[in-house]
Design a protein around this ligand. Structure first.
Ligand SMILES: [Zn+2]
Length: 263
């Protein structure tokens, strides 16, 4: 709505051919982004209604891929771009003559939906499970895995590393090493808080591998402490989750943590 109004306003003011060309280009964009279905409802509302009908949750760190039909993500990008354009206008940024911000709304929309928050919209990566043929029950440590996430309070980046410790049982299903990174990326590419992110990852690994124990340590820089707020460049957050054997067995926990210290 806001975008439409702005277009009309600038059409009334601009006289030069170049400007009106730009205006008609913007009008074309506006027409394209107003891709609505189900009686003219925005796509986000359509998706939201599907979620609500199932009484499912759609917090920032929830995956809602089950409610999105093929091809709809592009439509979501268009809708976010339209609203992002309104944000830029409210920030009083001249996106028409400032060539740097001309397509910023579209770029930011793509970045959110297709990259940094993609873990909300796409299905969980498939995990090939291998039977534990050699019946391994030794401590495995995977990491450091690079973490790129964002806080759900400010949408500021969280950049860090994660280590995963697994103590498989003789009957555990094992997953390939690269799958730990894939799964971590899928969980982290959502706005969230670090404490909840590691818990979600631990839950998922417990469910998939059914190990005797799983441990996760995450160490991250929070840009909402460095770029804004207290502007403390050195503040970091380290937290851990210990499950099963890692919780009960202090020696195992020590072994895991001491191996991390050597890295
Ligand atoms: Zn924050």
């Amino acid at each position: 709505m806001a975008t439409k109004k702005a277009v009309v306003k600038s059409a009334g003011k601009t006289a030069s051919t170049a400007a009106s060309k730009k205006t008609s280009a913007r009008k074309a964009t506006a027409k394209k982004v107003v891709k609505k279905e189900d009686g003219g409802l925005p796509l986000s509302v359509v998706i939201r209604r599907r979620i609500e009908a199932q009484k499912a949750r759609f917090h920032a760190n929830d995956n809602i891929s089950a409610f999105i039909k093929p091809g709809e993500l592009e439509g979501l990008v268009d809708e976010v771009a339209e609203k992002m354009q309104a944000v830029l206008e409210s920030l009083v940024i001249d996106t028409e003559s400032d060539h740097n911000t001309l397509n910023t709304s579209k770029r930011v929309a793509k970045m959110y939906v297709q990259e940094v928050f993609n873990g909300r919209y796409v299905v969980q990566p498939t995990l090939t499970k291998f039977p534990n043929v050699s019946r391994l029950n030794e401590l495995m440590i995977i990491g450091p895995i690079t973490v790129r996430s964002a806080c759900s309070h400010h949408l500021c980046p969280i950049m860090g590393r994660i280590w995963i410790g697994v103590l498989p049982s003789k009957d555990s299903a094992l997953i390939g090493l690269s799958k730990y990174s894939r799964l971590t990326e899928w969980v982290m590419c959502r706005p969230q808080i670090q404490e909840e992110a590691v818990v979600e990852l631990a839950d998922m690994l417990e469910k998939k591998i059914k190990p005797i124990g799983v441990a996760i340590v995450m160490d991250a820089d929070h840009f909402c402490m460095q770029w804004r707020g207290v502007k403390d460049r050195d503040s970091k957050m380290v937290n851990s989750v210990m499950r099963g054997a890692f919780l009960k067995d202090a020696n195992l926990r020590r072994e895991f943590l001491s191996l991390l210290e050597r890295r």
